[in-house]
Design a protein around this ligand. Structure first.
Ligand code: NZQ
Ligand code: ZN
Length: 392
């Protein structure tokens, strides 16, 4: 078991109708002017944006707005947001949407609070020394960005998708009304469930330091997401299932399921970020497409964990060798992905990279990871290439 810090300063306001509290929550932040930041229009279609504005108006809080954050949010919009926020004297950012709007808001917050080019944080050239305070009204359970310290931005110059993590970016509050996720297309709901699972799986498959309590929380979380993802496939308006998934999304990526370990593997995420950057696919679907190949490539180096996962999460019988049980667990996970209509290969994801593109993906991934990535097994550029190739 490793030493750890657990820091989750985000106030969570959870449940039906909670978006009505947004004005009062922003007011507690003592800010002068708010930037409301959102995506490509779902918040307008659902009426949520109007509700948020009405709540701010009620508290006499002034605001400006900037929409347009797309999945795999772009650096160009971040620059635009920084310029707008500086010009308008914004001192609080309210993200209304999914992970893309939240991540874009965090990047704008770093850009306003620090001199110089914000991309340098994502490019690992320097560390932020602050961030404008961020609040969130969440509309998609997936990334956990509403409580996490991470933000992932895509630079159109080279289509480079990079994450940056800093505790300055952790939101001050997150309003989570599961009802708001009922307007999601089924595909996005499934992508979200996959991402939530993966944030805990990344932390679970480690070779360094484990804790029984962390494992129990992680296994319970994964079982809960699997059960409720299946319910949502049949019954997308099921409030309780939406709520289970939404809360799991936050707990899966706020650090809880990694306490006491070496920080996790996160190779699948690194591999997916390159796919998302080059082909602009949905993050959760990209993870599902790559995971099986990653798992088969590394499982012998982390056999006890794969066996435990198979038995405790996927319900595989303990009969058979460790290797057999572990492989059955991997197969069961892939069967689950198929059941919720997630891809289990790049072809099913809708992309067919050429040999050169596979090499490029592996090269970019290795640069992003500074050469190596993983904990279940340490991956080098050639390993990354092999995993991409196996996932075709
Ligand atoms: O843009 P709008 O019009 O809002 O539509 C979005 C978008 O098309 C739509 N949507 C969201 N809520 C909706 C809705 N449609 C109807 N009803 C609603 N209630 O869903 C689509 C996807 O939204 P997006 O925000 O892109 O999805 P997600 O939350 O999955 O975020 C994905 C991004 O987050 C990054 C991913 O790489 C990707 O760029 N990640 C961020 C992390 C973090 N900050 O901690 C960790 C993750 O591992 C991940 O990398
Ligand atoms: Zn993710």
């Amino acid at each position: 078991m490793y030493n750890f810090n657990y820091y989750t300063p985000t106030k969570v306001v959870f449940g039906k109708g909670t978006q009505a509290q947004v004005g009062a929550l922003v007011k507690t932040q003592n800010c002068r002017k708010v930037l409301i930041h959102y995506g490509s229009g779902s918040v307008k279609r659902t009426g949520l944006l109007d509700q948020v504005k009405a709540s701010l108006d009620q508290e006499q809080i002034s605001y400006v707005e900037l929409g347009g954050a797309v999945p795999n949010p772009r650096l160009s919009l971040v620059y635009k947001g920084i310029e707008l926020a500086k010009k308008e004297g914004v001192d609080f950012i309210l993200a209304v949407g999914g992970g893309s709007a939240i991540d874009s808001a965090k990047a704008i917050g770093y850009g306003v609070a620090n001199e110089g080019d914000v991309w340098e944080f994502y490019d690992r050239k320097r560390q932020a020394e602050g961030c404008l305070p961020i609040g969130v009204v969440l509309t998609l359970a997936a990334t956990g960005s509403e409580m996490s310290n991470s933000s992932v931005i895509t630079n159109e110059d080279g289509w480079i998708k990079r994450g940056y993590s800093s505790d300055y970016g952790r939101p001050r509050f997150a309003i989570m009304n599961p009802e708001l996720t009922m307007t999601l297309p089924d595909y996005q709901t499934a992508c979200g469930c996959t991402d939530i699972l993966m944030h805990t799986m990344e932390r679970y498959f480690t070779s360094g330091g484990n804790m029984e309590i962390t494992d129990s929380i992680a296994e319970g979380l994964m079982r809960t997401v699997i059960v409720n993802a299946k319910i949502l496939k049949e019954d997308p308006k099921n409030y309780d299932a939406r709520a289970e998934v939404m809360w799991a999304g936050s707990l899966s990526h706020n650090g809880l399921t990694g306490c006491g370990t070496d920080g996790g593997d996160f190779a699948s995420h690194a591999l997916e970020h390159e796919i998302g950057g080059l082909y602009d696919v949905a993050h959760g679907a990209g993870l599902a497409a790559i995971w099986g190949s990653w798992a088969r490539y590394v499982y012998m180096d982390c056999l006890p964990r794969f066996r435990k996962f198979a038995v405790n999460v996927m319900g595989i019988s303990e009969e058979g060798s460790d290797e057999e049980v572990a492989l059955k667990g991997i197969e069961a996970m892939e069967a689950f992905y198929r059941e919720i209509h997630m891809p289990t290969s790049l072809k099913e994801l809708g992309i067919e990279p050429t040999e050169d593109e596979l090499r490029l993906l592996a090269h970019k991934c290795s640069i992003a990871c500074k050469g190596i990535k993983g904990s279940a097994r340490i991956l080098h550029e050639e390993d990354m290439y092999q995993i991409y190739r196996c996932s075709l």
